[in-house]
Design a protein around this ligand. Structure first.
Ligand code: ADP
Ligand code: MG
Length: 312
């Protein structure tokens, strides 16, 4: 039988070390040195089997997604990711499962030059994975939800609704399955937006719900044109326009960024995002009147009943 210490050594020890990690895995806590003049950005997210992913999800994808959703939060703050902690609750020490989980998790660790600096392993009846991710940003450049102003333009990265389509088509092996299981954290977009965006959020619960967080924090309202929502060819093929807009607005799990840009920063935005392949689309504008208005191009309202995922 492998003890928890054997598991840590076998699966969660990294040879590559960052210079800003004075002490990583192996003591009671890690000793970490943020760069001079920068502040620490900290986030955590938990994934629970049966709630955040179906029980039969490939463990490689679980490892990837559990880190990706945390990096997405750092991206939404304009932070440069650096350190990660991992708390695992496992029903049993399943070597095959852990080997696959590790592969997905370390794929992103390596891609972004991160270091796993600590964690915890416990036995429990349900598979639960909690990741904490830490990054850096200079204080005045952090992208908050509260900075949107009247007349700012509203943008989203990538395409929306693909993760929602994958959930609906699950049994038929959706063409957008990788968008659900392996969301791409928009780190380089977040970094590029630091001197440009007035507010930013990552879309985890659905655009309508997440944009509403920006509106409330900024004390403004917005109008978006549903016909301008960026939709993938796969989503357009499998769903009517109305159904596709509904998924794009309320399905969640896309992990794209939604951000606002003052009109005078438009040229800077185009230059800054020119070489970033995530792409971005103008979907509407910030207005003084509170609330979110969903419009068609002909000026009629698009009605949305349920505007996002809620745990409670
Ligand atoms: P303690 O009992 O003092 O809290 P642990 O025995 O839980 O310490 O952990 C020993 C070391 O291993 C610590 O540095 C901890 O951060 C690290 N660790 C434990 N679990 C993991 C994990 N899943 N991934 C990475 N590091 C881990
Ligand atoms: Mg201890």
């Amino acid at each position: 039988m492998l003890t928890e210490f054997d598991l840590i050594e076998k699966f969660f020890t990294q040879t590559k070390q960052r210079a800003d990690v004075l002490l990583g895995v192996g003591d009671d806590a890690a000793l970490l040195q943020p760069p001079a003049g920068q502040i620490l950005v900290a986030t955590t997210d938990t994934l629970i089997t049966g709630v955040h992913f179906p029980e039969d999800t490939d463990p490689v994808d679980i490892g990837y997604k559990t880190l990706a959703v945390n990096l997405s939060d750092l991206a939404a703050m304009g932070a440069e990711p650096a350190w990660v902690m991992l708390a695992l609750t496992l029903p049993q020490a399943d070597i095959a499962w852990l080997t696959k989980f590790r592969r997905g998790f370390f794929e992103l660790i390596d891609q972004y030059n991160l270091q796993l600096v600590g964690g915890d392993i416990t036995r429990g009846s349900l598979l639960v994975i909690t990741v904490e991710a830490f990054g850096f940003v200079s204080q005045e450049k952090a992208l908050r939800r509260s900075g949107a102003r009247v007349d700012d333009r509203i943008y989203v990265t990538g395409t929306l609704g693909d993760a929602g389509l994958a959930l609906e088509l699950m049994k038929d092996k959706s063409p957008t399955e990788s968008r659900l299981n392996r969301p791409t954290p928009r780190i380089s977009t977040g970094l590029a937006l630091r001197d440009i965006a007035s507010s930013c959020i990552d879309i985890s619960d659905g655009l309508a719900a997440d944009l509403t967080h920006i509106l409330k924090a900024s004390n403004v309202g917005a109008r978006i044109n549903v016909e301008d929502l960026p939709l993938s060819p796969a989503l357009k093929k499998h769903r009517s326009p109305e159904e596709a807009w509904k998924l794009a607005l309320s399905a969640g799990d896309d992990y794209e960024l939604c951000f606002t840009v003052p009109p005078e920063h438009e040229a800077k935005l185009i230059a800054a995002l020119k070489n970033i392949d995530a792409g971005y689309t103008h979907i509407g504008n910030i207005e003084a009147q509170a609330g979110l208005r969903l419009m068609r191009h002909d000026g009629t309202l698009f009605a949305l009943k349920n505007n996002g995922f809620r745990h409670f």
